[in-house]
Design a protein around this ligand. Structure first.
Ligand SMILES: [Zn+2]
Length: 315
């Protein structure tokens, strides 16, 4: 028997019925009515088709969403890959620069006739100049400090490779100190006699890679026709820099910003803070035998000194 009122009630329940969330009592009533009513069965069919369609659309939407997320991830990965690639190229480029500079420095330092001059502007009207002469295993080192009043300190040092002594001459006092010790204590080896900063300590692959990570490299013209790499420590960019001659690989300038302090006389009160600037000059095949010859010490007061490990510890 068709009952309009019953149809309305059943049709209200059909969505819940399709979702399977009717209580058993209501479910029984709905099923009983459906078995007798063609119109409500049609209605149920429509609802079920609708649900199916919605479900399909939802799947399609989810699929599109997934694709969109995938595309986004893909572009992020591509961007990261490009950034990575650029970083690798920059790293390799810097590594090649550092590697070739160090190789060139080593090549330059192979010379048996080597002169190095270092001028250190200390800031408080003081300038220190050191001149190193090296010829065929013989070595002379001249250390002078100048102020506005003229020369303040002058020490000349003589040594030779694998010798167990060094001679220090204090010209103004006409005094000479002959220092004896074992070769490693005296540092009478070629490496320390031809020492230059920075490049000499970076001779193995590991430290070259480390240097590439730590230092940024700029290129600049230091003097006319002289191209340099300027290296900065990335973590303290403005604190310290070194200029390396591209041609010889050797350092030609070092700047230590705020590296020098002057104090009011007799106190530890800071008078001024200034940059310490070192400049290096080199010459090859210019040192003569006369330059490295130990002078006649008969006019000097000679003092003999023996280095031993206890002295080293006290230092
Ligand atoms: Zn019905």
């Amino acid at each position: 028997m068709k009952n309009k009122k019953e149809c309305e009630i059943v049709q209200d329940l059909l969505v819940n019925y399709s979702d399977g969330i009717l209580n058993p009592e209501s479910k029984k009533i709905v099923e009983k009515h459906l078995s007798e009513c063609e119109e409500c069965r049609e209605e149920l069919k429509l609802i079920q088709e609708d649900i199916k369609k919605n479900y399909k659309e939802q799947i399609e939407l989810d699929y599109l969403k997934k694709i969109r997320i995938k595309t986004k991830i893909k572009s992020i990965l591509i961007a990261l890959a490009i950034i990575g690639l650029i970083s690798i190229i920059i790293f390799l480029n810097n590594f090649i620069k550092i590697n070739s500079t160090i190789s060139k420095a080593n090549e330059s330092l192979k010379s048996n006739n080597f002169y190095k001059e270092k001028t250190e502007i200390l800031g408080d009207n003081h300038t220190a100049v050191s001149k190193e002469y090296y010829k065929d295993g013989k070595y002379k080192y001249v250390w002078e400090v100048y102020s506005d009043d003229g020369i303040e300190t002058s020490i000349i040092e003589y040594a030779s490779v694998n010798s167990d002594q060094r001679i220090y001459i204090y010209e103004t006092e006409k005094k000479a100190i002959i220092e004896k010790g074992n070769i490693s204590e005296l540092k009478n080896n070629v490496k320390s006699m031809k020492y230059v900063p920075f490049v000499i300590e970076r001779n193995n692959l590991f430290s070259k890679i480390g240097t590439t990570f730590v230092y940024s490299i700029d290129t600049d013209n230091y003097a006319i026709g002289k191209k340099c790499y300027i290296l900065h420590n990335r973590s303290e960019k403005d604190k310290w820099e070194i200029w390396l001659d591209i041609e010889t690989g050797l350092p030609i300038k070092e700047i230590n910003r705020d590296g020098g302090k002057t104090f009011f006389v007799g106190t530890n009160v800071v008078k001024s803070v200034n940059d310490v600037i070192c400049e290096y000059k080199y010459e090859f095949d210019k040192v003569t035998d006369e330059d490295v010859k130990i002078p006649d010490l008969s006019n000097y007061t000679v003092e003999n000194k023996t280095l031993n490990m206890e002295d080293m510890v006290q230092e």
